[in-house]
Design a protein around this ligand. Structure first.
Ligand code: 5AD
Ligand code: SF4
Length: 491
């Protein structure tokens, strides 16, 4: 999805516009000329590869990077052998950083045999000063580094890479404006993420996100709804509204609005059949959001509600602003208003000061809340966050508590899954089954995965399915027919 009108409006022969999207479209036009010329000498189009680490937000950003590269005239490939490779990094836990260093080693080899190859790194990790310094020092073959606040300047940096600059490092420490209308190339034709806000103001004491993604900033509702309408026109059926703390959507906007209003407005857009959102914060989950979900079958029956810990002492040290009791009350309250909603969570084990008794409190919440699934993480100290300066838990203790938690999480998730046995639901078919190509894989509104006999023509369409055979976290089922009307029973 490129804004052809803006692209056509820029004059590549004239001076570069001062700033904003026009300036970037100007450099895209310049890059188109460059890649066309290089294609003649190479006798093939230039190729580019985008490698993504981390969360949905990064995945969404990568679709923008890919859109820019495609518009600039590159063929997109999954192969790191490409003429241009960019790593969109994550730094939420240390292992994400380690992963990048491993991949950079491999790319270095490729670059030795192709010195014209351009290597770029962007995203959360390079917003950390120490990581950016390490890359500059230890991986000098990296040509371009830029951060999360200036992603929209990628066309300009790309141009500079190919016009004489061997090393570019552009890291801003805060965002300026929200630049709309940059090109996007979606990986899936039928689903898309939609950023509704950027950054986070919560400062949970373990989390690096507020430092690398900056202060919370909401997009204007009319921009978001216009984007969703365009996606619907383009054939998108499912959207995921993305923000670090979606419940506080709208707080900094000049005109008063909130997440419930946005959700309700998105549900009115024809063509969009399923709406997901990520991530709410338990401390300010309001009833009006729950009523909007209840009243709109298009909104997925799935709420991801990060618990992080079940111990009041640890929750306080984490700066989470809720207690074990209030979290459990919220879970009950959600189930009383939207009884068919699956509830999933994130849990951190091994936060500084956490004892076996604290971990027991967390395990108790998992049992009482009956989570449909939980992502469990071992605490990873992040430089610059308050928790990194606290006294750390020995590795062995973290590991033991983690293993205890994991077995309860798995038990609970299986019990929840079993409850759906034999029932009929609506599934959006997402892909071919990677083990057996006579099957396709679909997802229910409540996020449950189901494999049914089928063929590629079913991908991106809604089917009524029966859940026959529970295999723990997923089902084998039967496709009963394509859905033509609205989803009658959502869970
Ligand atoms: N260590 C471990 N897990 C973390 N998360 C965030 N920061 C850390 C950290 N320093 C987890 C939280 C969050 C999820 C996206 O990542 O559970 O919800
Ligand atoms: Fe990190 Fe807390 Fe913000 Fe989530 S809400 S991004 S865990 S600071």
């Amino acid at each position: 999805m490129t804004d052809e009108k803006i692209l056509a409006a820029v004059d590549p022969e004239g001076p570069a516009p001062e700033d904003g999207e026009l300036r970037q479209y100007y450099f895209l036009r310049k890059m188109q000329e460059f890649t066309a010329g290089r294609a003649k000498t190479l006798e093939r189009k230039m190729t580019a590869c985008v490698v993504t680490f981390g969360c949905q937000m990064n995945f969404n950003d990568s679709e923008k990077l890919t859109g820019i590269l495609k518009t600039a005239g590159f063929d997109i490939t999954e192969n790191e052998d490409a003429d241009f490779v960019i790593f969109n990094t994550c730094t939420v836990r240390e292992n994400a950083n380690e992963h990048l260093y491993g991949r950079l080693g491999e790319v270095h080899h490729l670059k030795k045999s192709d010195p014209r190859k351009v290597v770029a790194i962007c995203g959360c990790m390079v917003q950390e000063k120490s990581a950016a310094e390490k890359i500059k020092k230890s991986y000098p073959f990296v040509n371009l580094i830029f951060g999360t606040y200036n992603l929209y300047c990628f066309p300009e940096y790309l141009y500079r890479c190919y016009h004489g600059e061997k090393h570019i490092c552009e890291l801003w420490d805060k965002s300026s404006e929200i630049v709309e209308n940059m090109p996007v190339l979606r990986k899936y034709p039928w689903k898309s993420g939609v950023n509704i806000m950027f950054g986070c103001d919560n400062f949970c004491s373990y989390c690096i996100v507020p430092y690398v993604r900056g202060r919370e900033k909401s997009r204007e509702p009319k921009e978001i709804l216009r984007e969703i309408e365009k996606l619907a026109d383009d054939g998108v059926k499912e959207i995921m509204l993305l923000g670090q703390n979606v419940n506080s959507y709208g707080k900094n906007l000049p005109e008063k609005t909130n997440f419930a209003e946005l959700l309700a407005a998105a549900a009115q857009i024809p063509g969009i059949e399923r709406i997901r959102f990520m991530t709410p914060h338990p401390k300010d989950f309001s009833d009006d959001v729950l009523y909007v979900i209840r009243d709109n079958p298009k909104i997925a029956r799935h709420i991801h509600l990060p618990l992080q810990s079940g111990s009041d002492r640890i929750l306080q040290a984490m700066n989470r602003h809720y207690t074990k009791e209030s979290f459990l009350e919220l879970v009950d309250h959600i189930r009383s208003i939207v009884p068919d909603a699956a509830i999933t969570t994130d849990i951190i084990i091994g936060f500084p000061g956490e004892t076996a008794a604290d971990a027991d409190e967390t395990i108790d919440v998992v049992k009482k809340a009956h989570f449909d699934n939980a992502f469990t993480f071992i605490y990873s100290p992040r430089v610059g966050t308050p928790a990194a300066r606290m006294e750390q838990v020995p590795e062995e203790e973290k590991k033991q508590n983690f293993d205890r938690l994991l077995s309860v999480v798995q038990e609970t998730a299986k019990e929840q899954a079993k409850k759906l046995q034999g029932r009929e639901f609506t599934a959006l078919i997402e892909e071919m089954n990677d083990q057996d190509t006579s099957f396709v894989t679909g997802r229910l509104s409540n996020n449950m995965i189901v494999h049914v006999k089928g063929d590629p023509s079913m991908i991106g369409r809604f089917y009524r399915v029966r859940l026959d055979d529970c295999r723990g976290f997923y089902y084998f089922g039967t496709a009963l027919g394509e859905m033509t009307g609205p989803d009658v029973e959502v869970r």
